[in-house]
Design a protein. Structure first.
Length: 258
């Protein structure tokens, strides 16, 4: 056994709503005879904390302790048996059509088809190879990008230059793609409107696991955006990795303010 991230349940705070049991795609949580959330098996918990986002009482948290490792294939079989094939397709670490491959070989699962992990050549690079110029070509080279949906284990994050951007920056800064996104992988979030529980922990995993080349944080001049900078600072501290980051501040007038 080794130390890893895993869910911990405060039974005194649990009100038995059951929201966490459906939020966990791996089927790691259930309600017991006292109508309290319990961990079905440690090997079913991937430690990503999707359940934190729906718990109304704060009864759940991610801790780091010794535990058997997450077993994607076992979780898949468990969900297949208890919830059916469609639900099993959402299990982290097993993608559709890959159920019988080894866990190491199976690509990451990302829930619905719209959030399946993909890496591709940015449109600007494809245009260059084709010998033509495309105005406003996209520099996006991976999917998904929303912090709730990305996996810190996605292979395209390894050794990358990472951009963590507040949602509004891409709409405000006309040159977002060539000036900020080009050559970088992207994670977006809104510190004001998102349910941000678990964000610091996920970002910390992303930083700890991937030996990032560089880290850039893009925010707006509005006060609420400072929350994203604080989350990144907390994630760096939690990760134990010493990595400086560049902060880019975008004004509501569409210009880079700092």
């Amino acid at each position: 056994m080794a130390k890893r991230k895993i869910i911990e349940i405060n039974r005194d705070l649990c009100d038995g709503c059951g929201l966490c049991t459906t939020a966990c795609a791996e089927g790691a949580l259930a309600l017991d005879g006292e109508n309290k959330a319990v961990l079905v098996k440690e090997i079913f918990c991937d430690g990503m904390g999707a359940c934190l986002d729906v718990c109304p009482t704060g009864a759940l948290k991610i801790v780091e302790r010794e535990s058997a490792g997450y077993d994607a294939r076992a979780a898949y079989k468990h969900v297949l048996k208890t919830r059916g094939k469609e639900a099993a397709a959402h299990v982290h670490g097993i993608a559709k059509g890959q159920e019988h491959r080894s866990e190491a070989a199976a690509p990451l699962a990302c829930g619905c088809p719209g959030s399946a992990a993909r890496e591709f050549k940015p449109a600007s690079e494809a245009a260059e190879r084709g010998g033509r110029s495309v105005s406003g070509a996209s520099e996006l080279s991976q999917w998904p990008i929303q912090l709730h949906l990305i996996s810190p284990l996605a292979p395209y994050f390894k050794g990358c230059d990472l951009l963590i951007a507040a949602d509004c920056t891409a709409f405000s800064l006309g040159s977002f793609h060539p000036d900020l996104l080009k050559g970088r992988k992207l994670v977006i979030a809104c510190p004001k409107l998102d349910e941000t529980r678990g964000y610091v922990e996920k970002l910390a995993e992303l930083i700890r696991l991937n030996d990032l080349k560089s880290l850039t944080v893009a925010v707006m001049t509005v006060p609420c955006c400072s929350g994203l900078v604080r989350m990144v600072e907390a994630a760096i501290a939690e990760s134990g990795v010493e990595i400086p980051f560049r902060k880019v501040v975008v004004g509501i007038d569409g210009k880079i303010a700092a």
